[in-house]
Design a protein around this ligand. Structure first.
Ligand SMILES: [Fe+2]
Length: 215
């Protein structure tokens, strides 16, 4: 499903019966192992995450390629994510200038936020960046009172990082609820944040940045 959010096209897909997915337990275990790595536990929060502890493998994205670790090409979920990434690239009109059949991972990582944490507004690419073009977020673990994704209406593409979502007027915010099994794809230049994570249980997601060569 695609929707217009301020000047951006945002695509949202929900995997049917995600809780019953045959590979879910194995995938959750792999993610738990990644979040337990000393290089992850001993790394301070990324600059975007504040207010509570957040874990991320983003600084390891060169060596930990999440779609390969999770075997995306061979699993029902992985194939579904890749297919929807392709559809999103079409929906965003990237096929007009790019060969979207030749998708390349830019950075891929997993994030886990704990109680009190939120992500401040940020972009994954600036105005004249050649890559990435598209960002996908797949939510694997979303307890009640989790942080939601919030797009912020701001076209100043030179501004790469902003404030907490609550600092922006309500009419400049557009919330997309986070949900286990949900995939959200957006233009890498879209400005977005999260609300505060209010659950005692963590919220986890996979982030995939992709780029496409010129046509
Ligand atoms: Fe982001």
């Amino acid at each position: 499903m695609q929707q217009q959010v301020f000047n951006q096209t945002i695509c949202v897909y929900d995997f049917d019966d995600y809780a019953q997915l045959e590979t879910k337990v194995a995938m959750d275990n792999i993610l738990d192992e990644l979040f337990a790595l000393p290089e992850v536990i001993n790394k301070e929060n990324v600059d975007d995450a504040q207010g509570g502890r957040a874990f991320s493998t983003v600084h390891l994205s060169q060596s930990l390629v999440i779609p390969e670790i999770l075997n995306f090409k061979q699993t029902r979920l992985g194939v579904w994510i890749l297919r929807n990434l392709y559809q999103s690239a079409q929906a965003l009109g990237l096929d007009k200038t790019r060969n979207i059949k030749k998708m390349k991972y830019h950075r891929t990582w997993v994030n886990r936020m704990t109680k009190g944490c939120d992500a401040v507004a940020h972009r994954h690419a600036g105005e004249d960046w050649s890559i990435p073009h598209l960002v996908a977020i797949f939510y694997t673990q979303v307890p009640d009172e989790s942080a939601d994704l919030i797009f912020i209406d701001d076209d100043n593409f030179e501004l790469m990082r902003g404030a907490s979502a609550k600092e922006y007027p309500l009419d400049k915010q557009y919330k997309i609820a986070s949900k286990a099994g949900r995939l959200v794809c957006h233009d890498a230049k879209a400005f977005h944040a999260t609300s505060v994570h209010n659950s005692d249980l963590p919220r986890s997601c996979i982030i995939i940045e992709v780029g496409f060569p010129p046509r």
